[in-house]
Design a protein around this ligand. Structure first.
Ligand code: 3PG
Length: 306
């Protein structure tokens, strides 16, 4: 009988866990649950005899992967797979997958919510501004970026996007203006919403030069990854520009240094972009189906370490 470990330091909603268990029990698989663990050794121990692993932002390090003696597949129930040591998985012939698009609406709704929160003075009762008529720059136009543009248009925002991996027509068919560079995006938009993954090319890529280009009173919204920010630049821009605003779903390491600018800076206490029952059900069930399909039929759709 195949064994699947669902290891979620930040647990899925109950309905998602029930759905995952049902899929595995119908497939004749056993589900093992490891939730709210705080010690990475707990994951290392729990993975030792399982065939498959479902994780969220949990870290599938080389150590975890090597401890999985029977491990054949790891599915990141979500979009970003920067938490999986892909090379270590490949060396052991383990298939790593994500579940693209499954939690993207939840993240997009949070991004727009964050814009309203900042535009309205963090709901402290002072006069703010409206999103209608403002220019929104979407940095990377994947599943989350697409949902952001759909919702932002409802607010009456003018949407722009920069994505070097997409054709102009794939962006413009959504009524979004395609720009040719990050510089064009940051210099023309009052709001920029980040949707780039964290990888060797993007880490620390949002620095002083891009942020300095943003128009007066601009807001940068980060529901992507803290690693894409150059934090020295972030501290500098706050010190240099009393009009600059930054809101993040992932606290930067320099969080304590930015608290002095609390009227222009906010970070959620814990990453919550994909923390909705709907997103948990979509991503969790997709991950379970992908595992069943891989183990029973060898299907490798959404493999990210080919
Ligand atoms: C993702 O990459 O899918 C999001 O960042 C959500 O991450 P989470 O599942 O840890 O909330």
């Amino acid at each position: 009988m195949s064994k699947v470990l669902v290891a979620t330091e930040k647990p899925f909603a109950k309905a998602a866990v029930e759905g995952i268990k049902k899929i595995f029990s119908e497939a004749g698989f056993e589900t093992i649950l490891l939730e709210k663990y705080t010690d990475p050794n707990d994951l290392i121990k729990a993975v030792s005899d399982v065939d498959a692993l479902i994780i969220r932002s949990d870290k599938a390090t080389r150590e975890v992967i090597q401890a999985g003696k029977n491990l054949k597949i790891i599915v990141r129930a979500g979009a970003g797979y920067d938490n999986i040591d892909l090379a270590a998985a490949k060396e052991k012939g383990i298939c790593a997958m994500n579940t693209p698009g499954q939690n993207s609406n939840a993240v997009a709704e949070l991004a727009l919510g964050m814009m309203v929160f900042m535009a309205r003075g963090q709901f402290k009762g002072i006069s703010g501004s409206e999103l209608k008529g403002k220019k929104l720059g979407i940095h990377a136009y994947g599943a989350v970026g697409k949902n952001v543009s759909r919702i932002a248009k409802g607010f009456g925002m003018a949407c722009y996007a920069f994505d070097p991996f997409l054709k102009k027509e794939d962006i413009e068919k959504d009524g979004v203006t395609c720009l040719n560079s990050a510089e064009d995006l940051y210099s023309s938009c009052e709001y920029v919403s980040l949707h780039i993954p964290a990888n060797e090319k993007t880490k620390k890529s949002i620095g002083l030069s891009l942020m300095s280009m943003m128009p007066k009173g601009a807001t940068l919204v980060n529901t992507a990854r803290k690693e894409v920010m150059d934090e020295e630049s972030l501290k500098k821009i706050f010190a240099e520009r009393p009009d600059f605003k930054y809101i993040s779903d992932i606290a930067p390491d320099c969080h304590a240094d930015l608290l002095q600018y609390a009227e222009r800076y906010y970070s959620t206490p814990k990453k919550q972009g994909a923390e909705t029952a709907e997103a948990n059900i979509n991503a969790g069930l997709a991950a379970a189906y992908q595992i069943v399909n891989f183990i029973k039929n060898g299907v490798r759709t959404y493999q990210v370490n080919k």
